[in-house]
Design a protein around this ligand. Structure first.
Ligand code: TXA
Ligand code: MG
Length: 329
């Protein structure tokens, strides 16, 4: 765990917006209002900042995050837009609508932010303060609701302070958020499907599309035994190569996903070794998790052997994802 931070609340003005931009650019965490709820922002392209964000929220697992941008042009650098997605963004952005789309090949968003998935959630918020901060940074900003995991989404700066005080650098206070519930999430991977009802009514979306939205199939919703609940509908990243957890020895034909300064015996015969964090730092390990798995998955090994990762702090979320990636399919 990192030392508590000195959190301060600043009334939204040019100075506090500039400070939030500097904070994000330096890899820090800044909470700010959007039209839906307060978001906890981090530079989406900085894996370590994203890892710190999960830690601050106390997320027991890495749920994929929404990348916030100022407009459709900026979103095109992150995701591929179908004709339907294009129509929705043209008609309803900026606003309380999140689109889940195929990730663009050159998408600069950190793998940890999308939890290793090939899809990405993007949204252009309409709130003037959110827009000033995202535009000022000039990069996508990931921003989950600014509450501790399992708590309700905050609609005032005081709610954010109560939940995240001492865990983030800065809270920009722009008063109560006008919409008060999270954005509506629509997946445009196939036929447009509603994943989470939210601040933008279904009717407005169906009008823009000129057709009805699909409901997620129970099969999708029940994948990994996830309950049929908003936020649980993203399937998990799974490498093709089988994983062997809590490895204490590397066998021939295996790659090694290491952790810490001391490698397990047999590591010299591994086809390839990647270390999540040589110095045993769980924030660094989280930032490397999905990208290292992807690289090792491409080595043609028969197994990816994984060294034990401690269970404290972000280790719980890292172990959760490793266990899912290792589960038989
Ligand atoms: O209104 C909002 O959307 C607020 C403000 C701050 O913008 N943000 C927000 O973020 O509600 P969060 O992280 O609390 O919720 C994002 C939801 C999660 O339930 C996550 O599972 C889903 O979006 N999500 C993100 N990426 C996804 C993906 N690739 N596929 C499916 N669901 C995804
Ligand atoms: Mg949330």
């Amino acid at each position: 765990m990192t030392a508590p931070l000195a959190t301060h609340i600043s009334k939204a003005d040019d100075a506090s917006i500039a400070e939030a931009v500097r904070c994000l650019a330096a890899g820090g965490l800044a909470a700010f209002p959007t039209e839906t709820v307060y978001g906890l922002g981090a530079d989406a392209t900085n894996g370590q900042a994203v890892a710190r964000l999960y830690e601050a929220k106390g997320r027991p697992a890495f749920n994929p995050l929404i990348a916030h941008v100022v407009d459709l042009a900026a979103a095109r650098a992150l995701a591929r837009f179908s004709a339907d997605a294009e129509r929705l963004a043209e008609a309803l952005w900026p606003g309380p609508l999140t689109l889940v789309l195929p990730k663009a090949a050159a998408c600069p968003v950190a793998d940890l932010a999308t939890a290793g998935l090939d899809s990405i959630a993007v949204r252009a918020p309409s709130h003037i303060i959110a827009r000033a901060i995202i535009g000022g940074l000039g990069k996508p900003v990931v921003a989950p609701s600014a509450n501790r995991s399992g708590h309700v989404s905050p609609t005032t700066a005081a709610h954010v302070l109560a939940d995240l005080g001492g865990r983030v650098e800065l809270i920009v206070d722009g008063g109560p958020t006008p919409v008060g519930v999270e954005s509506t999430i629509i997946a445009c991977l196939d036929e447009p499907t509603i994943l989470r009802p939210g601040g933008l009514p279904r009717e407005a979306i169906e009008r823009a599309l000129a057709k009805p939205l699909m409901q997620p199939s129970t099969e999708t919703a029940m994948a990994d035994n996830a309950p049929l609940a908003p936020g649980m509908l993203a399937s998990h990243y799974a490498p093709r190569t089988p994983l062997r957890l809590k490895t204490d020895m590397v066998a021939v034909g295996e790659c090694l996903l290491a952790f810490g300064p001391n490698l397990v015996p047999g590591s010299e015969r591994a086809m390839r070794v990647l270390n999540l964090s040589e110095r045993g730092d769980l924030i660094e390990a989280a930032a490397n998790l999905f990208s290292h798995l992807r690289v090792l998955d491409g080595e043609g090994a028969n197994t990816i052997a994984v060294m034990p990762v401690p269970h404290d702090g972000l280790g719980e979320a890292i172990n959760d994802r490793l266990a899912r990636a290792a589960a038989p399919r």
